[in-house]
Structures are given as C-alpha cells and as structure tokens.
Design a binder for this molecule. Sequence first.
Ligand code: BDR
Ligand code: CA
Length: 313
Amino acid sequence: PTRIIIDCDPGVDDAAAILMALGSPELDVLGVTTVAGNVTLSATLTNACRIVGLARRPDVPVMAGARAPLLRDQIFGKYAEIGAFPAHLVGMGRVEPAAENAVRFIARMARAAARTQSPLTICAIGPLTNIALALRLHPEVARGIRRIVCMGGTFQAPGHASRWAEFNMLADPHAAAIVFDSGVPLVLFPLDVTTKALFTERHVAAFRASGSEGGRALANLLTEYDRSDPARYGRLGGPLHDAMTVAWLLRPGLFTGRPARVEVQLTGPANGQTFADFAAPSPRVAVMTGVDEPGYIALVSERIAAAGRAGHR
Ligand code: BDR
Ligand code: CA
C-alpha cells in the first residue's frame, strides 16, 4: 500500500477525505496530523480524533501541530461556528490524541522513509503551516517525501475565501510559498477542479443508507452544514474539495492535469491568490484541471461506505 500522512483541518470535507483513506486498503495511513484552519487547532484535533474513532482505527495516531499561521493574522473557515463536531452527528467514539507534535511526527516519518528509500506521500488538505515548518526546520525531510497531494488555490474560478483566494492559500500564504518552492513534487487540486464534482441530496442519502458509521456521520454533517450553492455552481449540489486528493491516490486516471510552476501572492488585497505558469521550465506542480464526475462520486461513495463498517480493519 501507499504510505500516507493526512495533514488536515477537519472540516467536513477533510472528514470525508480521512474516512475515504481509512476505508481504502490501497493506502496505509501512518498518521493524521492537524493544523488550525476551518476551526481552531483544538477543534481540528477533536474532530480528527472523532473521525478516526468512528472508523474504528485506534492504530492510526492523531496529532496536533501549528496553532496559528506563520506570519499573517489568523483566519478561520466559513463554518467556523461548527467548532468540534457534535456527538449527535458523529457519535461518541474517539481515539486519544498522541503526544508527539505533528511537525516532529512528519519530520520523523519522512526521515525514516528517506533512510529506507521508500519516500512517503503527504495528503495536505488544510493550510500548509505544518508542512512548511517540517520542511524549514528539517530540510533533510524533503528527501523522504515522494509527493504532496494538496487541495488549494484557484486559477480560473473566483476565490471563495476572498475575491481572489481559496481558503487554504489565504489562511497561510507564506507556508504555501515555502511548500511550492521546496522542490518536492506536488499534485494540486484547486477550486477549478474541486467544484466540477458536486454531491447532491441523492448522494448524501446514499452515504446514509450505506450502513457504515462513516457514511452515516458524513451524511449527518453534510445535512447539518449544507454546502450547495446553485448561484455559484450553476446547479444543485456541493463539492467535497479535500476528498479529491485521496481519490487521486486511488485512481489518478479519473483526473486530468497540466504541469506548471505555481506562485502565491503574499501581500495586498489579492493575498493568497495563486498563479500558474504552464510554460515554465522544469515545472514541479501537476495542476489538476478535469475530473470524471460520475467516476469520482462512485469512488467516494464506495470508500465512504467501507469506513467504519463492522469487520473492516
Ligand atoms: C478548503 O478549505 C476548507 O474550507 C476545506 O476544508 C478545504 O480544505 C477549500 O477551499
Ligand atoms: Ca480542509
């Protein structure tokens, strides 16, 4: 299996990505690391512990990392008031967080991976603070990372955290710049592609009917915090941005993309805006542009249905 670390800020779509990964035998989840983002660090940690708990995976360590962005003032997501997922939506089960700091864990795992020449994959679905810190504090860890599969940025589509910026970029643009410049290969899922696959009430009902704890919890979260926006997307349904990173790891053929060099704006009103140069020499970022929507939705549904099902590891 592909060895991954999920660095996240759950977040409803982060929860979907974690559940999918835990429901996928092709992936070996070494740990779930959390960062402040959609909600505070303590709430992202609680939420990750609840999601890993309901998937019945106490073998997967969950750790907290950065409490705030590197330089800018802190912002939270649109649904910041969610805070910690209430137990009536996701159940009472939870794992205890591990004591190790997330940045140290990422560095320790990457260093070990470099030693054994089996570099690992990082699924980065929150602000990039933890990963930037790991790369800056321990430059040797870059060698232990095969690639970072990241949800973030927007190129043609308008921003949603500001007029120009996507949330993960706006929340810590300096961290994003460090990661884009690190030399580690990246696969990037901007809003342009994540908003091309929308989950409707019918899909949410199917999550609920799947009979798994993961499916039920995700259906409850999606019902409570409706993400559809017909004015923005031109049709019914809402995206599950972060789940695309995990789907790509399982079935990259569902997606199309183009290599580019990516930069992020660090100041002014367009702070957090991303730019792609598709003509740059030696591009390091595969910018995803297209998705097979029905294939992707079927894959998400299948793996969510496997998460937290009795008998599943
Ligand atoms: C990203 O920001 C968060 O709101 C989501 O969890 C996702 O990672 C989408 O822009
Ligand atoms: Ca996220």
